[in-house]
Design a protein around this ligand. Structure first.
Ligand SMILES: NC(=O)C1=CN([C@@H]2O[C@H](COP(=O)(O)OP(=O)(O)OC[C@H]3O[C@@H](n4cnc5c(N)ncnc54)[C@H](OP(=O)(O)O)[C@@H]3O)[C@@H](O)[C@H]2O)C=CC1
Ligand SMILES: O=C1O[C@H](COP(=O)(O)O)[C@@H](O)[C@H](O)[C@H]1O
Length: 512
């Protein structure tokens, strides 16, 4: 069985002009979990934004599947509200009218055979009424424990097989499984039902412009790569901090936790892109091959109690408001040991990175929302300056600001004007908003369009997913045996133990 090759089905995308807009052919999208957080905040707005940019075909259809007793009009109202609140592009009545004609709603539970039969009838009817050509993508935006169930239902009700009339694709959210074994089992189930090139495992970080730019920054320039190794780099910090709590996502989050939610996928993908060798091309095989090599070289520290930390947020103040602790959130088991914060140290056993620690951290209800990759350089091997003059000089750093203030910062020392030779840290900044007139599409816009086009370049392969679980599993097992996560006050930067973890290495976390 072969994995997707990234071949695009769209004849408009001539290889010699990749700037041409890529427009999806006749197709429809079925979203499972349409009442959920992801669907409301990201997926439905992304569909509208694609339509608004003219990238969806005229008969495009959107089918919502959920437990609520809704009619098509109720569903349309929900999409309307989500679009008004979260879409990136302005609301245009004519676009909305055309798009909403293709909205259908199917009510049901994942165990409900009748509902899946209704879903089949619905998409057959859409083929006739709107010319979707039998081309449907099924987006599983549901808690991961339901992935196998939904995939099997799709098979049993004849939805996964178009019988030669169009294509059927499965889009599977993350985390893909909850450990290596379950990921392998899920993979088998999914591949029994869908051809490998029709499976799209989503990691929406790969759809972000700033993440794709890591490759441009590293391999499209000459000034960074010579320094990008153990001879110059002291350590790398990858931070994904959120100020929000778990909101209404108890059903998904409790029992999963921060490390499975984002380290296993987003942060290890960021690590792979930051640390990998240059691929011979951007063909998915070459790119995945390099990412895999570096993931395979990742080593855990021997003593996990010293080099990993997990935490859970307690009540506190954020943005001037009092917020509840994790255990007080609606739907959370009051004895839950789920981590809402995780920090880990990893090493990469390659000639390029031997001895350079990669520190990864993530958390909910932290000081502010920020995702960044900070490559922190060693101090100069010799300083001809007075110790006093350099007392405020830190380590040079290159910071890739993934979000929200997208760009790149370089921090270095500069002489303070008017002093004899005092040196202080200054920064040089690249900000997307200042350098480009083109706006960045939302990650989900890009990824949904890629699914409809059959372009799998930005989707992780199962080998990457499985290797990432191999890295995380021993840490999760260690935590499961070692008591409760450490509590931290909402609005702070995480548990004390995380600061101590870096202090033991003579380092400290950045305060972005
Ligand atoms: N939220 C986010 O920011 C992100 C989420 N994701 C991923 O997206 C997926 C969904 O997450 P999220 O939207 O946050 O989760 P939510 O808990 O907000 O939503 C879950 C959805 O699944 C539905 N559902 C649950 N059980 C059943 C069932 N038995 N039958 C039918 N429907 C059911 C819920 O319906 P009902 O309303 O009826 O309960 C709801 O629509 C997860 O895999 C997550 O990792 C990925 C990136 C970001
Ligand atoms: O995958 C997830 O990501 C979101 C954060 O996404 P971002 O693009 O805003 O950084 C996170 O809130 C959620 O818990 C997780 O499932």
């Amino acid at each position: 069985m072969t994995e997707p090759t990234g071949v695009t089905a769209n004849p408009l995308r001539a290889p010699q002009d990749r700037r041409l807009p890529r427009i999806a052919g006749p197709s429809g999208l079925v979203i499972f979990g349409v009442t959920g957080d992801l669907s409301r905040k990201k997926l439905m707005p992304a569909v509208y934004d694609l339509a608004n940019r003219g990238l969806l075909p005229p008969g495009f259809s959107l089918v919502g599947f959920a437990r609520r007793e809704w009619a098509d009009e109720d569903f349309a109202q929900v999409v309307h509200d989500a679009v008004k609140e979260h879409a990136r592009t302005p609301f245009r009545e004519e676009v909305w009218q055309q798009l909403s004609e293709g909205f259908r709603f199917v009510q049901g539970d994942f165990d409900d055979d009748v509902a899946f039969d209704r879903l089949r009838q619905t998409i057959e009817a859409l083929d006739k009424e709107r010319g979707t050509g039998g081309n449907f993508a099924f987006y599983l935006s549901v808690p991961p424990k339901f992935f196998p169930n939904v995939v099997q239902q799709l098979q049993e009700h004849g939805l996964s097989d178009s019988s030669g009339h169009g294509w059927r694709r499965a889009v599977i959210e993350k985390p893909f499984g909850h450990d290596l074994k379950s990921a392998q089992e899920l993979n088998k189930i999914v591949h029994r039902v869908f051809e490998p090139n029709e499976v799209f495992r989503i990691d929406h970080y790969l759809g972000k412009e700033t993440v794709q730019n890591i490759l441009a920054l590293r391999f499209g320039n000459t000034i960074f790569e010579p320094l990008w190794n153990r001879s110059y780099v002291d350590h790398v910090q990858i931070t994904m901090a959120e100020d929000i709590g778990i909101g209404g996502r108890a059903g998904y989050y409790d029992g999963i936790g921060a490390a499975r939610d984002v380290i296993q996928n987003h942060l290890l993908q960021l690590l792979a892109l930051t640390a990998m060798e240059e691929p011979t091309s951007f063909h998915p095989k070459a790119l995945v091959g390099e990412k895999l090599k570096v993931l395979n070289a990742v080593r855990l520290p021997d003593d996990l109690s010293k080099h990993t930390v997990r935490g859970q947020y307690a009540a506190g103040w954020q943005g001037g408001e009092q917020v509840p602790g994790y255990l007080e959130e609606e739907g959370i088991d009051p004895n839950s040991t789920t981590d809402t914060y995780a920090a880990i140290k990893l090493e990469i056993n390659t000639r390029r990175w031997a001895g350079v620690p990669f520190y990864l951290r993530t958390g909910k209800r932290l000081g502010r929302r920020v995702t960044e990759i900070a490559v922190v350089f060693q101090r100069a091997p010799h300083s001809p300056f007075d110790a006093y003059d350099t007392s405020e000089l830190g380590q040079n750093a290159l910071v890739i600001r993934v979000q929200p203030d997208e760009g790149v910062t370089i921090r270095f020392g500069s002489k303070v004007p008017g002093t004899s030779m005092e040196i202080r840290d200054v920064t040089m900044d690249f900000a997307y908003g200042e350098s480009f007139t083109e706006s960045s599409p939302e990650a989900y816009e890009r990824l949904i369009l890629d699914v409809l086009l059959g372009d799998a370049n930005l989707f992780p392969r199962h080998q990457e997913v499985e290797r990432s679980w191999e890295i995380l599993d021993p840490i999760e097992r260690h935590w499961a045996k070692n008591g409760r996560p450490e509590s931290y006050t909402s609005g702070t930067w995480g548990p004390k133990a995380a600061d101590e973890m870096l202090a033991r290495d003579g380092r400290s976390w950045r305060r972005p």
